[in-house]
Unconditional design. Structure first.
Length: 105
């Protein structure tokens, strides 16, 4: 699968997944606290691990294509923007799902 083909699925899919994740986290925290389960921790964990894996895969694809410096700069710019959105999402999810409970024992 090429980078362009993957982006057709990853961008809309991750956007929808982020919105659904936030909805689930807010529902669980504020409306149905009885739902608090390991799923919320798994959700946060997935958002912590999967996006960096995607960034590494995408960057390795760009390097393997011998892309021009302009293309590499463009992708680096989009990675910076995506990283900022991703970090905000992880922080919000972590705060809403109160991930600190994991460390309280």
């Amino acid at each position: 699968m090429t980078r362009a083909e993957a982006l057709k699925f990853v961008v809309p899919g991750s956007s929808i997944a982020a919105i659904l994740s936030l909805g689930f986290a807010f529902l669980e925290r504020f409306y149905c606290p009885a739902l608090k389960s390991p799923w919320s921790y798994a959700l946060v964990g997935a958002w912590i691990v999967v996006p960096p894996i995607w960034f590494m895969w995408e960057w390795s694809e760009v390097l393997s294509e011998n892309a021009s410096p302009a293309v590499k700069d463009d992708i680096a710019h989009w990675h910076e923007l995506a990283r900022n959105v991703w970090l905000a999402l992880v922080l919000i999810l972590g705060a809403v799902t109160d991930v600190s409970d994991v460390f309280k024992g």
